[in-house]
Write a protein that binds this ligand. Structure first.
Ligand code: NAP
Length: 657
């Protein structure tokens, strides 16, 4: 049946941005779209569009909560049944002018519980209400009112260092607060890591629908795990939407930041691409430099002798022709693991040098495009895109860090698991990995890690990596490298692997936060010396001796578990701006975390993290660990726990001077 309905005018300006764009598509178009949608998210949207709660109170319910299982494990016949019943409901919504029903908070909480498989406990419920933004407003937008005078604001400039994901966010919040600010960025454009990492195959490995700002639409991603160009375009778009470009100084490096106690200001030295140096002054500094942006090149004898192109994965040369080449890929963590399958069919020979095998979990939609019907639903069905975000985010947050905890009672004769749960995980992952390597015992032996599952940053795949290892012209080398020579790589057993190009996908200097800037605080204290190999910050944000300095993505905040770093950034940006508010409303000049508060937090964090799998002694090479094998980079807290910790600045934790 083909029919068209009249669309009633809807006030676009006042329309909730999550209510979906009104539509007049015919029934066939809608029916076709329904074939592509996530049915659990659809069921919630159907409640919004019909006002009928029976959609989520019936027998069709998600069976599993898994980030990459967007059908929630619902059997095919039930999916088909919902799709069939949904069509007339959506058509009626269309014919009625696409006005969704207003649902109260209790009801929305029931819908979250429906997708989650049970009521949200503790801070999860308020945190998700904040994230879902059902009323269409940015729930973390800064609104200071009149309590800070225009003069006080004008006299309180802020320097943001870095224009990646967190620097852009900091800029948005500072603009809302009405503070003057400048964003200094070493690259020529926004996006940080997504500006720099242009290697073939670079894509996000946290679902796109949660790897984005909560207050920006998430209905446009072309893939569930989108690729670098799309993310880079996203950051550019957000930067321009919020008119941040005039605040940005691209192509400019911060070389040092020094606190001046006499003036209560930071003096920030910058250098532009032409080598011109300048001293900027600000009252506050936000470091938004990221922590995976300093390439770590290995120290292998002979690297300078190599005759062909060689480069770090984050410095992939534009226009590099790899066709038919003998390509040596050194390092196969998150970056190398994406490069290999992407280039395997373009090069003549691919030799992958992997020092440590990596755990991989299956993700069938890792390379999947968002089908047109799902995109249609995200654009038009009320709150559908929001529920999809919830569906893809909640499961990771819900499990928190418990599955990663070492069980002191658990005895594993082989030392390869930390708990019964972890042992089961090892079995599951091993079975999936070996299923892709059937008939290749050599590859199975090389690929199944000897250390506990999830002990390093776990990778995910639809099988592309393991399948590419099977190709006749691809070789996985697990023997150590002895030296680089003019025409290749020689391993410690004396084998010479000829190569025309070498890519070092050897990771980043993750433990060296804020490097290489020289940051000097009160009484000339050097941040680098204060930290040494053990970087710590209260809540990952503030450090004693460094007043009015706030880190985003600072020590102890990287996530090897749970949801996307966007969640952390949003909490940290709000916290930093809150702290500025505390200064400006108290008449103080500066805010500095109390040493005892910081030290107690740092000890608590260390106690926690040392009980989690990433600190397991069997893991000898890990960018999470410092040279002594301790972990200072990662958060041991569940996201909702961290949300609660950072929700408001407790001025008792600080000296206001
Ligand atoms: P990585 O995970 O630290 O992997 C580095 C690789 O290089 C490992 O295989 C490592 O071996 C090897 N390696 C390092 N030094 C070596 C040496 N001297 N000799 C031989 N091999 C050496 O680095 P990455 O792959 O760049 O990823 C870093 C982080 O960036 C990830 O954890 C993730 O947070 C982020 N990232 C994310 C994405 C994404 O979202 N899709 C993509 C890329 C990166 P060992 O394992 O033995 O140390």
């Amino acid at each position: 049946m083909r029919r068209r309905a009249t669309v009633h005018p809807v006030g676009e300006a006042s329309r909730n941005p999550h209510a979906g764009v009104p539509f007049d598509d015919d029934d066939d178009t809608i029916a076709a779209a329904l074939e592509d949608v996530s049915v659990p998210a659809l069921l919630c949207s159907l409640v919004h569009l019909s006002g009928d709660p029976s959609w989520i109170r019936g027998s069709v319910r998600p069976r599993v909560a898994m980030s990459n299982e967007i059908q929630g494990g619902i059997p095919d016949d039930e999916l088909a049944d919902v799709r069939r019943r949904a069509l007339p409901a959506i058509a009626a919504y269309r014919d009625g002018g696409c006005e969704p029903h207003r649902l109260d908070r209790e009801f929305l909480a029931e819908m979250m519980a429906f997708l989650a498989g049970g009521p949200l406990e503790g801070p999860k419920l308020p945190m998700f209400f904040e994230d879902m933004q059902f009323d269409g407003a940015d729930s973390r937008a800064v609104s200071w009112g009149n309590e800070v005078s225009a003069e006080a604001k004008a006299a309180s400039p802020v320097i943001v260092i870095g224009c990646g994901e967190s620097g852009i966010l900091a800029g948005i919040r500072l603009a809302q607060a009405g503070l003057p600010f400048v964003i200094v960025e070493k690259n020529d454009g926004p996006g940080g890591t997504w500006w720099e990492n242009r290697y073939p195959g670079a894509r996000v490995d946290v679902g796109s629908h949660q790897y984005c700002y909560a207050f920006e639409p998430a209905d446009h991603w072309s893939e569930y795990y989108c690729q670098q160009p799309e993310l880079r375009a996203y950051f550019t778009r957000v930067l321009d939407k919020y008119a941040l470009r005039p605040h940005c100084r691209f192509g400019t490096v911060v070389t040092s930041a020094t606190w001046d106690d006499d003036t209560g200001c930071w003096r920030v030295a910058v250098r532009d691409a032409d080598g011109n140096e300048q001293m900027l002054e600000s009252r506050f500094v936000i470091s938004a430099v990221g922590s995976l942006n300093l390439p770590r090149l290995p120290e292998i004898p002979g690297m300078d002798d190599f005759a062909g192109p060689s480069f770090h994965s984050a410095r992939w040369p534009d226009g590099l022709d790899i066709t038919g080449s003998r390509f040596a890929l050194i390092g196969a963590g998150a970056s190398g693991f994406q490069i290999a399958p992407t280039i395997a069919d373009r090069v003549g020979r691919l030799t992958i040098f992997q020092r440590t095998a990596q755990w991989i979990f299956p993700n069938p939609i890792y390379h999947a495009t968002v089908p047109p019907g799902d995109r249609w639903a995200q654009r038009h069905l009320p709150f559908y895109a929001r529920w999809l975000r919830f569906l893809m985010t909640y499961p990771g947050i819900a499990v928190g860090t418990e599955p990663y905890r070492m069980d002191a009672e658990y005895v594993d004769p082989e030392g390869r698991a930390i708990s019964a749960t972890n042992a089961a995980r090892r079995e599951q992952l091993t079975a999936w990995m070996t299923s892709h390597l059937e008939g290749r015992p050599d590859l199975i032996e090389k690929s199944v890690p000897p250390y506990p599952a999830s002990g390093k940053r776990i990778l995910q795949d639809n099988g592309s990596w393991l399948q590419s290892l099977r190709k006749p012209h691809v070789e996985l080398v697990r023997t150590g490298i002895d030296r680089i020579v003019e025409d290749g790589v020689v391993t410690v057993d004396g084998t010479h692997y000829e190569a025309d190009i070498i890519c070092y996908a050897t990771g980043f200097r993750h433990n060296e936060f804020l490097a290489p800037m020289e940051v000097t605080g009160r009484n000339g204290v050097s941040l680098r010396e204060q930290w040494g190999d053990e970087p710590t910050a209260y809540l990952g944000i503030t450090m004693p001796n460094f007043p009015n300095l706030f880190c985003m993505y600072g020590p102890g905040t990287n996530l090897a578990h749970s949801a996307s770093l966007f969640f952390h950034s949003e909490f940290q940006a709000s916290y930093a701006v809150d702290a500025m508010h505390a200064v400006l409303t108290s008449g103080a000049r500066s805010i500095e975390v109390r040493k005892d508060v910081h030290d107690e937090y740092a000890e608590r964090l260390q106690r926690e993290i040392s009980q989690l799998v990433w600190a397991h002694p069997s893991i000898t090479h890990s960018h999470y660990k410092n040279p002594q094998g301790k972990v200072f980079t990662l958060s041991p807290w569940a996201i909702d726990q961290y949300w609660e910790m950072t929700r408001a600045v407790d001025v008792d934790d600080y000296e206001l001077a």
